[in-house]
Design a binder for this molecule. Structure first.
Ligand SMILES: Cc1cc2nc3c(=O)[nH]c(=O)nc-3n(C[C@H](O)[C@H](O)[C@H](O)COP(=O)(O)OP(=O)(O)OC[C@H]3O[C@@H](n4cnc5c(N)ncnc54)[C@H](O)[C@@H]3O)c2cc1C
Length: 474
């Protein structure tokens, strides 16, 4: 047993746990970090990084096919999937040192590579060591969940933990789940040459504004991805060539056959084996219960990131880490807010959102909510790039306060950032109008949408009268 208790005992070395460990160690705290799998967690090894690397490979393949409009002869790309695999893992390897045991030991953190479990409210056991600490941070993330579909248990299927290990292209890929992960994987694999069918029980990309998701779905369909919405799967079975899925779609029974099956149908919090009951930490199927300051029902323990059951993104885990540091080290009030947190689906075109959707704004503000829109078609840079599909939609309150923004179009994930800043700073739409935006940039869509707040101004009689008055006496 350690002689003096640690200041922080962190379970899970993914996006959230690593951020707490690095910050606490840099402030001179005594930190132990426990990781049962790979340093860097899901984001580095099985999530954001490999998925974006695969998407980038898909973009290159797509560029080959779509050059004709620019005067560059279109050609079918020759894809060597072993090399696509190598590219993905080379990208991971390039980032890995930042999350490595060596780096954290260099910061003075004790790293234990084993599973951690609570023994009681103030003790954790890992790799045969008994650890006492003033504070615990549970940052164990989430895992792919398997929907209760008859036969799924008996077939071979891929998840985000295995799909990036493929060294040959899944020729006929069936994806269960039409959320962001399913859609990103569908487009990337399609572009690299696979036949892809997405089976979604409800609406694809259902968490986003349907007016904007339609643009993404149309693109994917145009590229040849088959998307079956409202598909009710009744059975899955293994065949010689892969899998066979029985389902009902549009009122008729169908069978979809594929060489590979990828399940991307939701996530479950990693709470198994932590013995949370012994520590008095309550949880349910969505995750560990936390208060506004991310404290669990055990006052000494915080839960952050995916395991805390809210928005499941790397930047949220990082944000949570910052709140824990604020609260635990500086005793500053830390309130976990979500209204200013953006999310992005990295399809082409990208789909990005922050704040309230139009529907939520209408529910909360009624007719006082104003919707401002601007299409990429009216943006000169989008025209030069021939990427004119998409739009920005912004919602404001009666006094002009920005409530939310959704963007579908080229670089939407970058463009959403200024709206996130505007919302977190409580800015009004006038601030977006007052900025000077470089020409020609895609960012002009943001300002142009903002200006539409005053689109009917020139037609107002009082404005005409004011101008006339100023001419006469000004
Ligand atoms: C395919 C895919 C693509 C994604 N793309 C994006 C994206 O583009 N942008 C984005 O923001 N988010 C993305 N995400 C989500 C993002 O990966 C997660 O939100 C993020 O990794 C959560 O961080 P975390 O610290 O909560 O958990 P993790 O990063 O998963 O880390 C948890 C760690 O805890 C360890 N652990 C679990 N139990 C124990 C235990 N008992 N003892 C010790 N260690 C334990 C695990 O091994 C793991 O390393 C994606 C996810 C997937 C699956």
């Amino acid at each position: 047993m350690s002689s003096t208790p640690y200041d922080f005992c962190i379970i899970g070395a993914g996006s959230g746990g690593l951020s707490v460990a690095a910050a606490a160690a840099q402030f001179g705290e005594k930190v132990v970090l426990i990781e049962s799998g790979k340093m860097g967690g899901d984001c580095l090894n099985y999530g954001c990084v490999p998925s974006k690397a695969l998407i980038a490979a898909g973009k290159h393949a797509h560029a080959f096919r779509s050059g004709a409009d620019f005067g560059v002869a279109a050609a079918e790309p020759k894809v060597d999937f072993q090399k696509v695999h190598d590219h993905i893992h080379d990208v991971i390897a390039g980032i890995a040192p930042h999350d490595s045991v060596e780096r954290f030991e260099g910061l003075g953190v004790k790293v234990i590579q084993a599973a951690g479990r609570f023994m009681d409210a103030e003790t954790v056991e890992a790799g045969g060591e008994t650890i006492k600490a003033h504070r615990f941070v549970v940052a164990t993330g989430s895992s792919p969940s398997a929907p209760p579909i008859p036969g799924l248990d008996e077939v071979d299927y891929l998840t985000n933990e295995t799909v990036f290990l493929n060294t040959s292209l899944p020729r006929d890929l069936i994806i269960i789940g039409g959320g962001p992960i399913g859609m990103e994987m569908a487009q990337a694999h399609r572009r690299l040459g696979a036949n892809v069918t997405v089976l979604e029980a409800f609406d694809p990309l259902g968490k986003d504004d349907p007016e904007l998701t339609r643009v993404v779905l149309d693109h994917l369909r145009d590229e040849g991805v088959q998307i079956l919405a409202q598909a009710k799967i009744s059975n899955i079975s293994q065949t010689k060539a892969g899998v066979s899925v029985e389902l009902e779609h549009d009122g008729t029974g169908k069978t979809v056959k594929g060489s590979h099956l990828l399940v991307a149908a939701g996530r479950k919090p990693n709470v198994d084996g932590l013995n949370l009951e012994a520590a008095g930490i309550e949880y349910d199927r969505r995750g560990i219960k936390v208060d506004d300051g991310l404290r669990t029902t055990n006052r000494k323990a915080y839960a952050i990131g995916d395991v805390a059951g809210g928005l499941q993104f790397t930047h949220v885990a990082g944000y949570h880490a910052g709140l824990v540091i604020r609260n635990a080290l500086f005793r500053l009030p830390a309130k976990n807010k979500t209204g200013h947190i953006p999310w992005v689906t990295y399809t082409d075109p990208e789909l990005a959102h922050v704040g309230l959707t139009e529907q939520a704004a209408r529910e909360q503000h009624g007719d006082a909510a104003t919707v401002l829109k601007w299409p990429f078609e009216e943006n000169d840079r989008a025209r030069t790039e021939r990427k004119t599909d998409g739009m920005i939609k912004v919602v404001t309150a009666k006094n002009g306060r920005i409530l939310g923004a959704t963007i579908v179009g080229p670089n939407a994930g970058e463009l959403i950032q200024s709206w996130g800043l505007a919302i977190s700073a409580g800015l009004k739409i006038k601030a977006m109008i007052d900025q000077v935006v470089a020409y020609p940039t895609l960012a002009e869509v943001s300002r142009r949408a903002a200006i539409t707040q005053y689109a009917d101004l020139p037609a107002k009689p009082w404005i005409r009268q004011l101008i006339g008055f100023l001419k006469k006496f000004g």
